[in-house]
Design a protein. Structure first.
Length: 375
């Protein structure tokens, strides 16, 4: 069986996929000939509906995708059920929130206004229950692709999505995981290397991509992690990927809704200034290194809790930082965001259209260079 062509599968001109939480980025990239992928995590059902409706209103009929997060492992009771929010709070030891708040205190970040107790429920989005709610909403709209991060989508989910004529994709960081996804019947696999922003494994893109391509053939593969130029995209495609899936790049785009101060920090950062840390979500995820992430690496600090408890435990501290970001130097220094090593290559803010266009030109040029070298 031949591998289906991704450009034909999704009716796109250029196989560049843009993972983002910003609806403007989704629309701009899809209109430029790539594929915008809307990250649904953190959106309440009402907001998600609004965002998807806005995208469909503005995208001129171009294809787009939605990314949901259904982790294979989630904190469960001994009976195997998911805990509800209030039970989860009981599992959080005192020392974790205390330690996170002490980091803020040491940097002079003001406390939250009196009486404002934060009981973060967004982290509960990392549950099958909330992701299923998001799936129900997604299926009221017309994405061409639904992607699940952090595990094999349940069989009934794949069946429902396929029943609507929508393709299913999944992110993987290991060959073994890719094989499981293929067995589950996904249509597209994103091989996400160590360099990537967010949750990421130990194997680099260069080593992961060709192995995943071979293991899952004829299922098509996209390469993710560390790709920010047309040259890198061409390299990934020479290794057998059919295109690139990028995340960090769009954080620095003109359309990004990331706070401008954080965008500035990313533009200034070098590739050494990101690291995998469990201090934000409880699972290893690559973030911009700041005194906040470094503090969790010090000897004798509490070991981060499993997902979603770590996010819940640190939600007050992280809210202190974000509330004071524009008012206080300590908060500015501590603030972090998921970011991949590729941010060291981005030195200016560009529009999404310009990013896609420059990647296309660079892609063509780099293939020409190889031709020239070999002729
Ligand atoms: C701010 C941010 C948040 C992310 N959140 C998610 C997410 O919710 N779901 C997901 O599948 N991937 C998420 N990712 C990872 C991207 O999908 C992608 O795999 C990764 O950014 C690729 O590597 P790159 O950053 O080097 O381009 C996130 C990436 C960034 C930059």
């Amino acid at each position: 069986m031949n591998t289906p062509k991704i450009t034909a599968m999704f009716n796109i001109d250029f196989p560049l996929f843009a993972f983002t939480h910003c609806r403007d980025v989704v629309v701009a990239v899809s209109k430029a000939g790539g594929m915008g992928v809307f990250g649904a995590l953190h959106f309440t059902p009402e907001r998600l509906k609004e965002e998807l409706a806005w995208i469909e209103e503005h995208i001129d009929g171009r294809p787009y995708a939605i990314d949901l997060v259904m982790p294979a492992k989630f904190v469960r009771s001994e009976g195997g059920e998911e805990f509800d929010g209030s039970k989860l709070w009981e599992l959080i030891p005192e020392e974790h929130p205390r330690f996170a708040n002490e980091i803020c205190d040491r940097h002079g970040v003001p406390p939250l206004p009196e009486g404002l107790e934060l009981r973060d429920t967004s982290s509960l989005a990392w549950s099958e229950r909330v992701a299923r709610e998001q799936l129900d909403i997604a299926l009221e709209f017309s994405p061409v692709l639904l992607v699940n991060a952090l595990g094999v989508p349940p069989a009934d989910v794949i069946e429902r999505v396929h029943g609507k004529g929508i393709k299913v994709g999944a992110l993987v960081g290991r060959v073994r995981h890719a094989t499981k996804q293929k067995e589950a019947g996904v249509d597209l696999i994103i091989a996400n290397g160590h360099e990537a922003a967010g949750h990421t494994g130990e194997i680099t893109t260069m080593v992961l991509v060709p192995q995943v391509v071979e293991a899952v053939a004829p299922v098509p593969v996209l390469a993710a992690g560390g790709i920010g130029t047309g040259k890198q995209m061409a390299a990934a495609m020479v290794m057998g990927a059919q295109g690139a899936w990028c995340g960090s790049l769009w954080l620095t785009s003109a359309e990004s809704e990331l706070d401008p101060l954080l965008r500035e920090k990313l533009i200034e950062a070098s590739s050494e200034q990101t690291a995998r840390t469990r201090c934000v979500t409880g699972k290893p995820a690559r973030h911009l290194v700041t005194p906040y992430t470094e503090a969790w690496d010090d000897p004798g600090t509490p070991d981060p809790l499993p997902m979603p408890l770590q996010t819940m435990a640190t939600t007050t501290a992280l809210s202190r930082i974000s509330r004071s970001l524009h008012k206080q130097e300590g908060a500015r220094e501590l603030a972090t965001t998921p970011a991949g090593q590729v941010i060291g290559m981005v030195k200016q803010v560009r529009s999404c259209k310009q990013i896609v266009q420059e990647m296309k030109e660079d892609f063509v040029e780099s293939l020409g260079r190889i031709d020239e070298l070999m002729s």
